[in-house]
Design a protein around this ligand. Structure first.
Ligand SMILES: [Zn+2]
Ligand SMILES: [Zn+2]
Length: 404
């Protein structure tokens, strides 16, 4: 509650998250893919200019390159607390402490931003993916401008299946889902070194949507999990130490991840989305534990189709939608992905079954070292996460087995 700055980050992240999942869908895939391929060709060799497209495609399909992304080592636990720190935290974590619900976006004021900041802890923000050129990080409040540039750009909208949701829809969804969500993992795409990315001629882009450099938010990529109605929530339960769901559990309910993405048009054609797609696909299968991952570009979206094929997603069936734009559903299973990218190795479930913070659920962190003083089953990676759960309406304060 003390930090106001964090709140803004939260809001931004939420906004971005929402944007990514709802808006981008297939079209973004398509545009980024196509561009990506062409770009690939360019990057691969200037002497092959004449047959850029054909050559790069042939290369990709005939020469499967094992995924190079890796599961990182566990992030170590925080240093032990001093006596004073323990005392200070425990004062904030007493029965009767005021609880908060997430404020509706329209009512968000400076005071509620503080609350948002409390809920979005440092550990919540730590989940990020790195590729040779990109850092896929959590959304921040300062990303809002970047999001708007893409969302409001007619050239991008033209390629989107469902059109662009209103900013308020985006914000609302963000607020509703960022806490303890097992449904979506949404990343802002940023450049490790912005000077290495080429900013294309803006062409007919709206002036207000043009960019001069590749600093900050460039687009987003998300994996959205589909839960069958009979599947348990896999969220923390009262009376149980929380553990990361295992590959077996995800397999039992055939939990599938679906990819959504979009990137600023002036960055198309450099395989940026291709790079992000490959890593998020790996993360979804190798770390989250998705039993399969899908993408369903619309017919004619060659770029997106290529991205599917390049990454081993196979055509499954054609679907239609109310926009009368048939989609080509593609999917890769966990087994197929491992065969392709981890040849001669057994499927390894690195995080499944381990104890995980019941607030941030960040499975890349070391097992939680902070325990609730009043019960044996509520464990957290940090005091910030413990406090978030304590002050949330319906959170741990309402479910803990108080001794007194
Ligand atoms: Zn945590
Ligand atoms: Zn407790």
């Amino acid at each position: 509650m003390d930090k106001v700055e964090g709140a803004q980050d939260l809001v931004d992240a939420l906004i971005k998250e929402v944007d990514g999942s709802h808006i981008n869908v297939d079209h973004n895939d398509g545009s980024s893919d196509e561009n990506g391929e062409i770009a690939n060709g360019e990057l691969e060799g200037k002497n092959k200019k004449k047959k850029k497209k054909k050559k790069s495609k042939a290369k990709k399909t005939s020469n499967i390159k094992p995924n190079e992304g890796k599961i990182p080592d566990e992030i170590p636990p925080p240093a032990p607390e001093t006596f004073e720190e323990t005392e200070r935290w425990e004062k904030e974590l007493v029965k009767g402490t005021q609880t908060y619900s997430l404020p509706a976006w329209g009512l968000l004021n400076d005071k509620s931003k503080d609350i948002l900041n409390t809920f979005r802890t440092p550990s919540c923000k730590k989940m990020e993916l790195v590729t040779p050129r990109l850092r896929l990080r959590q959304v921040e409040i300062s990303d809002l401008t970047g999001i708007r540039r893409i969302k409001t750009e007619p050239i991008v909208q033209k390629t989107q299946l469902y059109g662009s949701p209103g900013l308020n829809d985006i914000k609302e969804s963000f607020l509703n889902r960022y806490i303890r969500s097992r449904d979506d993992y949404i990343f802002a795409i940023t450049a490790l070194d912005p000077s290495t990315l080429q900013i294309k001629d803006p062409g007919q882009l709206k002036i207000s949507n043009r960019i001069q450099n590749a600093d900050g938010y460039l687009g987003n990529i998300a994996i959205s999990l589909t839960w069958p109605s009979e599947a348990p929530s896999f969220l923390p339960k009262k009376g149980e130490i929380y553990t990361q769901p295992t590959f077996e559990e995800f397999k039992k309910y055939e939990i599938e991840g679906k990819m959504f993405y979009e990137i600023h048009p002036q960055l198309w054609g450099q395989s940026i989305m291709s790079e992000a797609f490959e890593e998020v696909l790996r993360f979804s299968i190798e770390e989250i534990g998705c039993n399969s991952v899908a993408s369903d570009p619309t017919i004619g979206n060659e770029a997106s189709l290529h991205l599917c094929i390049k990454n081993g997603l196979k055509f499954s069936h054609e679907t239609n939608n109310i926009y009368n734009k048939p989609q080509l559903f593609h999917r890769i299973t966990r087994e197929e992905w491992f065969n392709r990218n981890r040849p001669n190795k057994e499927i390894c479930d690195k995080w499944g079954g381990k104890e995980v913070c019941r607030w941030c659920m960040n499975f890349r962190l070391s097992p939680p070292t902070i325990n609730c003083k009043h019960c044996v089953w509520a464990k957290y990676c940090s005091r910030e996460c413990q406090k978030a759960d304590w002050v949330r309406q319906g959170g741990h304060q309402s479910e803990c087995d108080f001794i007194a």
